[in-house]
Design a protein around this ligand. Structure first.
Ligand SMILES: CC(C)(COP(=O)(O)OP(=O)(O)OC[C@H]1O[C@@H](n2cnc3c(N)ncnc32)[C@H](O)[C@@H]1OP(=O)(O)O)[C@@H](O)C(=O)NCCC(=O)NCCS
Length: 148
């Protein structure tokens, strides 16, 4: 699903399909296995009973960080505008709250209106920080934050 996400919306993510498609099956298995045991990260998937429709990851950089980072948000095109992403945001926020974090932060490309509307509707506001998208520096990402 991660590769589908990167192929579907290249400008929404810091990494690229070309980069991640090089990784062997073993790498993906190890990543999933490690993540399933880790306490500092979590990936939620949306499953409608017939298949996986979306995903979002939360990452708590260190136990002393007051915020959790949300990234890798993606919902497959046929499942959009049905509240899937809103549910994934809620799941990451709930997980972050459980860790004792005070806020959830994310970076979103400034031209990604759908994602910006989504995050605004979930209570995120811009922090004012921006940075170039690593693989396309002409595009800026803006940081948004929601207090928990
Ligand atoms: C952005 C994305 C995750 C939204 O997923 P989704 O499941 O369709 O979003 P939801 O149905 O939960 O939408 C929740 C709210 O977000 C806003 N929203 C979502 N998509 C929107 C769109 N295309 N245009 C305007 N507002 C939108 C709306 O306020 C919506 O509420 P409403 O449907 O009641 O009006 C999805 O379009 C996607 O995967 N895009 C490509 C990847 C991407 O951009 N990821 C974000 C990386 S930061």
């Amino acid at each position: 699903m991660r590769l589908r996400a990167l192929a579907d919306t290249p400008s929404a993510f810091g990494s690229t399909f070309a980069e991640e498609n090089e990784r062997p099956e073993e790498w993906w298995r190890e990543r999933a296995e490690l993540a399933s045991r880790a306490v500092d990260r979590v990936t939620f998937v949306a499953d409608d009973g017939t298949g996986l429709r979306g995903l979002a990851t939360g990452f708590h950089e260190t136990p002393t960080h007051e915020h959790v980072h949300l990234f890798s948000m993606w919902v497959e095109p046929a499942a959009r505008r049905a509240g899937v992403a809103r549910g994934l945001v809620a799941a990451v926020c709930e997980w972050a709250r459980g860790l004792g974090a005070h806020a959830v932060r994310l970076d979103v490309t400034v031209t990604n209106d759908a994602a910006i509307r989504l995050y605004e509707s979930c209570g995120f506001v811009p922090t004012g920080r921006t940075a170039p998208l690593p693989h396309t520096p002409a595009l800026l990402e803006q940081e948004m934050e929601r207090a928990l």
